[in-house]
Design a protein around this ligand. Sequence first.
Ligand code: MN
Length: 233
Amino acid sequence: MAKYHQLNSLAFVAAAAVAAVGMLLLLASTTVTVVMAADADPIDDFCVADLTSPIILNGLVCVNPATVNGSTFAFTGFENAGNTNNGLGSAVTPGFAGVNYPALNTQGLALARLDYAPGGLVPPHTHPRATEVLYLVKGQLLVGFVDTSDKFYPAYLKTGDVYVFPRGLVHFQFNFGKTPAFAIAVLNSQNPGVQLIAPALFGATPPIEDAVLAKAFGIPASEVEIIKKGFGA
Ligand code: MN
């Protein structure tokens, strides 16, 4: 009986130890989750992306630092306006690590030049992994975002103004002026992600059932079909 009790105590100690280790692992994993809420910190001075590497990882493979010079860090992709001759009257020119600005790799930043014809719109969208700061270089914009309580935060910007769109929230920009406008956006992830609200719902592949969208928007299925046609669905 005593021996059994002793074994039982040992088992209890072992179980407690396992539980303690489990708690530590849980705490550790929680800590890691918090750290990973932003892009990983760089562990070298720089890691200019090798856009030709077939290796896939969380970020991009670096080129040999010895092959890098000052001009590697310069970016000239914003010199010309994007073509706004489209249905929305807007154009987004990226300055992304993985697209055309490899020096941004591991720096936790992405850039964009935004051009707007008069009446042009960058329609409601979100960036799941980044906050966006927009500097209006020229023109006039109505901008704003909607928070998670559906409160709308509009602002009328003029040349030289800056606006911040908090991470993950739905936002847009609209050129209400009579002249073209352009802005530079900086986002605090090298891969911010972009999800346009309307095409995500009405242009998804395969299509979302009409009944779902009809109920969600409080409109007849026939109107859902009309909207879907506008997004090629
Ligand atoms: Mn945006």
